[in-house]
Design a protein around this ligand. Structure first.
Ligand code: SAM
Length: 225
């Protein structure tokens, strides 16, 4: 059975999509997308040999070799022009790594109309990247599974405007304020308060002062939500 996290990613893949799942590990997501009749074809990209081999094994075991191509490649290098990929999924990595994958081969995104991204941490950098590259947030989701909180960002092409708070919290998520959202920001706030406390007893340096100011500003933002 697929995790709730990956099931939620799958929910945002349009019906009939040709999907590239980058960093696919066991290729669980592409296998699910084909089995459920959501995707019509999928590429599973993996940069590490072990996971690449598990993906190949999984696709064979599930009898999906006609519908899923597994490629050993870094990031979007797994995508070829004749694949006609229209949807890219990247899940289970940090926001900065997801952004570096999107930035490395911009030409591979040419025919892509939807990105479904699930950063484990730092979703903010993805919103910043989207703003700078003319991608707009179509939807967002936040969920808790096994004590961890995950965010999912669904992007389509187009302009968008976001406030500083919306970049941090997510425009849709901060409107809905779901229990997972509240829980996430309570946890963050507690962390920041702990860091601020430890800073107060530490030496005063310009870097520490800067960090203190940054945390203070973040705490103000959280209070405002
Ligand atoms: N996407 C799956 C999920 O969400 O369950 C697997 C997540 S796993 C934590 C991250 C995977 O991304 C690993 O298998 C890793 O080898 C792969 N990975 C990391 N950097 C990559 C890159 N630049 N290109 C392709 N795969 C990458």
């Amino acid at each position: 059975k697929l995790s709730k996290r990956l099931e939620t990613v799958a929910k945002f893949v349009p019906s009939g999509a040709v999907v590239a799942d980058i960093g696919s590990d066991h290729a669980y997501l592409p296998c699910y997308l084909i089995h459920k009749g959501i995707a019509s074809y999928a590429i599973a990209g993996e940069v590490v040999k072990g996971p690449f081999e598990s993906a190949v094994g999984q696709v064979k075991k599930e009898g999906l070799t006609e519908k899923i191509t597994v490629r050993l490649a870094s990031g979007l290098a797994a995508v070829e022009a004749d694949d006609h990929v229209d949807t890219v999924t990247i899940a289970g990595m940090g926001g900065p790594l997801i952004v570096s994958i999107l930035e490395k081969h911009p030409e591979k995104l040419q025919g892509v109309t939807r990105l479904v991204l699930q950063p484990n941490i730092h979703a903010k950098v993805i919103r910043e990247w989207a703003l700078a590259h003319n991608w707009a947030i179509l939807d967002e989701e936040i969920l808790e599974e096994d004590e961890k909180i995950y965010e999912i960002l669904v992007l389509q092409r187009g302009p968008m405007a976001l406030t500083e708070s919306e970049i941090l919290f997510g425009p849709k998520l901060m409107q809905r304020k779901s229990p997972a959202f509240i829980e996430k920001w309570l946890r963050e706030k507690e962390n920041w308060q702990r860091v601020l406390k430890s800073i107060e007893v530490a030496d005063q340096t310009p870097e520490i002062e800067e960090k203190r100011a940054e945390l203070g500003a973040l705490l103000d933002l959280v209070e405002g939500v």
